[in-house]
Design a protein around this ligand. Structure first.
Ligand SMILES: Cc1cc2nc3c(=O)[nH]c(=O)nc-3n(C[C@H](O)[C@H](O)[C@H](O)COP(=O)(O)OP(=O)(O)OC[C@H]3O[C@@H](n4cnc5c(N)ncnc54)[C@H](O)[C@@H]3O)c2cc1C
Length: 712
């Protein structure tokens, strides 16, 4: 299914390419013969350079054309191509008629250069020999112009090839990771012994682009790719730049363009038009939530969205080059007014305006402030862009590229609907815990394919949010239900929180549908040591892995798991208490919790209420403790927490990540280590930078970083 979808994607682009007009040598000869004959003779009153009407009914015109064509071509294949060329223009002329015309014409051909007082503008009734010099000029002109189209198509196919290779590498690694994880790990371990590989991983494949900002937002809330993503984008950018700039041929004198600069300007416009078509398909392909390469490569959606954004930027640069060059040549040729009044031109302008708006509208700063507004405006604009592009290119017969882009988008949406329908609409239990997290629990069908690290888009079926879907990591509870730990932010989560604040026990029911599962399962059980660094609401994913590892027992190679969790206040323990307790029965896991505001003593209800019950307070009193209590942490509280969670080590303050990771790696010296991070953006970026450094010096074993945090 997945492979066939990938093949369909490739086929879509191939079909598009096949619909582009790429003139063969025989067709260029056909065009040049027509030009040369138009300069030599007039066969009918209405005979004109750009019209074939006369050639479809006049035997002398047909014979002269065939003589020209056959004397310039030398193989059966080319003769056939010439025949097809003619039939496209004159469907009433059969191949037999062409052959007969050629056979008969030789006896009647007239060389007009030998006719005294010959007047080329007067209608004649005999076949003529074409003028070789004008044929050569025409052929060179057409060749320069149409080979530019050909190069554009080849280069566009090269774009696809580039991404094909990038995606193929990802797919091969992913298939190996899924089918033979142990073999892949030992290959990687062997490779890590090489100084060059360690250097490459330290400096290219692991770190963020510059300093340590990847998931953390920088200028205008923008996100920087990792260094390897940047290399992939940069190489493609250079490729695109070269494809836009190289391989132009200028032929002067030129019967179409008055000057070399006009000619080259037009060629740049034509080339960029062809390249835009491929960039458009790639942009739409990578923007989908369900595009097939997500599954084949196992890469994060955020990685594909990074490529989507950069491809979109390159697409719009190319569109602008196309627009500027076409407007310029139209003005130079004095046909701007005529062209700009045409439908296809107006649709093109719409696509340019909408596409440029999308570049600004897609800015992270706006996305950060109101994601849903960004998303729906983005979708609306993308539809407009696609319609504009479609109507603009359909007059040239390139509409299949718009169809391919639309098909990829529709496929993604269709799969989303299938996933949603598969889950159905279910009633979920929502509890507000510690005033910071919504615990959403729902019973899924038993066949629903949960896996550690998976996430789902939760659609809240409420009047005020039914159009929204928010991604949350999934944890499976002991009784097989799905649970989301949702941090209360400022959008739908805040509204839900507000609603539940007045409900008994801050608990309520809500209809939800879950679209998923998304994400990729990492075969973490193949590593000797697993280090999980988490913070706040980032714990569910790594926790699900930790639990699976512990439950896998002998099936997992992993000898030891360390789970770090950084929380601000003690009260955060409340919403993950059951899960933390569940780790007690497993001896190969060490859980360490850092409480950054250790001494503020903000303890959650789960510990304070048990205190009040011990002092015989009524049930109502317990309920009245709706607010999380602020109190100075005392030895008593600490020991109560420690009693409940004896297997968890509590540390105060911020975790000194460089020291922690260095010690953990040192302890596991020579073994294969999986490091997983899912925490606050700063912490994830810091971990990435530290791991990159560690990897550079780590011999005789392999360290792999799996960053579960996704931001887009
Ligand atoms: C793969 C993935 C897994 C996640 N898992 C969890 C989790 O387990 N627990 C958790 O608390 N949070 C998780 N998040 C973050 C969570 O999706 C957002 O916090 C949530 O959507 C915010 O909803 P809101 O309307 O209250 O946000 P707002 O206050 O409106 O926005 C807060 C932030 O969330 C971003 N955001 C809002 N809606 C979306 C959306 N639909 N898609 C992506 N980003 C959005 C905004 O750009 C903004 O940066 C995850 C995000 C991703 C991408």
């Amino acid at each position: 299914m997945k492979l066939s979808a990938a093949i369909v994607t490739l086929l879509l682009t191939s079909v598009c390419t096949a619909t582009l007009t790429l003139y063969t040598h025989a067709e260029l000869v056909g065009l040049s013969c027509k030009y040369s004959l138009a300069k030599t003779a007039k066969f009918c009153k209405d005979d004109a350079l750009k019209s074939y009407d006369c050639y479809c009914r006049d035997i002398n015109a047909l014979g002269s054309f065939m003589y020209c064509g056959f004397s310039q071509l030398h193989s059966r294949k080319e003769y056939k191509q010439l025949g097809a060329f003619y039939q496209v223009r004159c469907p009433n002329i059969t191949i037999e008629m062409m052959k007969d015309a050629y056979k008969n014409v030789t006896s009647y051909l007239v060389d007009t250069s030998k006719v005294q007082g010959y007047n080329a503008s007067k209608v004649i009734n005999y076949p003529v020999v074409y003028k070789k010099p004008s044929f050569t000029v025409a052929y060179d002109n057409y060749f320069a112009r149409y080979s530019n189209y050909r190069y554009g198509v080849y280069m566009g196919a090269g774009f696809m090839g580039y991404w094909g290779i990038v995606l193929l590498c990802g797919t091969v690694v992913n298939i190996l990771r899924k089918t033979s994880p142990n073999a892949l790990l030992s290959i990687n371990k062997g490779a890590s012994n090489s100084k060059f590989i360690r250097w490459y991983r330290k400096n290219i494949s692991i770190p963020a682009l510059c300093r340590s900002s990847h998931t953390n937002r920088v200028f205008l809330s923008g996100l920087l790719p990792t260094r390897i993503e940047s290399v992939i984008v940069l190489v493609f950018f250079v490729l695109a730049l070269l494809c836009h700039s190289l391989g132009y041929m200028s032929v002067q004198p030129n019967f179409t363009y008055s000057s070399r600069s006009e000619e080259l300007t037009r060629y740049v416009g034509d080339r960029s038009a062809a390249l835009c078509l491929y960039l458009m398909v790639l942009t739409f392909l990578f923007g989908g939530r369900n595009q097939i390469f997500l599954f084949l490569t196992g890469w994060k959606l955020s990685t594909f969205l990074t490529y989507h954004k950069w491809l979109a930027r390159m697409l719009m640069m190319s569109v602008l080059v196309h627009t500027i060059t076409m407007v310029t040549t139209s003005i130079i040729r004095g046909i701007y007014d005529r062209r700009s009044g045409q439908e296809y031109w107006k649709w093109g302008i719409l696509a340019v305006v909408v596409g440029s708006t999308m570049l600004i509208q897609g800015f992270s700063w706006l996305r950060e402030r109101n994601y849903e507004l960004f998303l729906y405006v983005h979708i609306g604009l993308a539809v407009l862009f696609l319609v504009g592009a479609w109507r603009h290119i359909e007059v040239f017969g390139y509409e299949y590229f718009a169809y391919a882009s639309a098909a990829l988008w529709c496929f993604s949406t269709f799969i989303r609907l299938v996933r949603l329908a598969g889950f159905g609409i279910k009633t979920a239990q929502v509890v507000v815990v510690s005033d910071e997290t919504l615990q959403i629990t729902v019973q899924a069908n038993s066949w629903w394919p949960f896996f550690p690290g998976s996430f789902g888009y939760v659609h809240f079926i409420t009047k005020s949010a039914f159009w929204q879907s928010h991604p949350f990591t999934i944890v499976k509870t002991e009784d097989g239900k799905l649970r989301f730990y949702v941090k209360i932010k400022n959008g739908v989560t805040k509204r839900l929180h507000k609603k539940l604040m007045n409900a008994p026990n801050k608990t309520g029911e809500i209809k939800i549908a879950v679209e998923g599962p998304y994400g990729d399962r990492i075969p973490i059980e193949t590593y000797d040591q697993v280090l999980l660094y988490t913070g706040g609401n980032g714990i569910p994913g790594p926790y699900a892995y930790a639990k699976t590892l512990c439950e896998a027992k002998k099936k997992a190679k992993t000898k030891f798991v360390k789970l770090y969790w950084v929380i601000r206040n003690w009260s955060s323990l409340d919403w993950f208490l059951t899960e933390l307790k569940a780790l007690q029965k497993h001896d190969k896991i060490q859980a360490i919790v850092y409480v950054t505001r250790y001494h503020e003593g903000k303890v959650g209800e789960k510990f304070t209420i048990s205190d009040s019950s011990s002092s015989n307070h009524s049930e109502d009193d317990k309920d009245s403790k709706a607010e999380v209590k602020e109190q100075v942490i005392s030895i008593e509280w600490l020991s109560r927490i420690q009693n409940e969670l004896p297997h968890v080590e509590f540390r105060e303050g911020r975790p000194p990540m460089p020291e922690i990771i260095a010690n953990d790696v040192e302890e596991a010296k020579g073994q294969n280590i999986a490091i997983m991070s899912c925490a606050h953006n700063h912490m994830c970026d810091e971990i990435r930078a530290i791991v990159a450094n560690q990897v550079g010096d780590y011999k005789n074993g392999r360290i792999d970083l799996f960053e579960e945090l996704q931001t887009w």
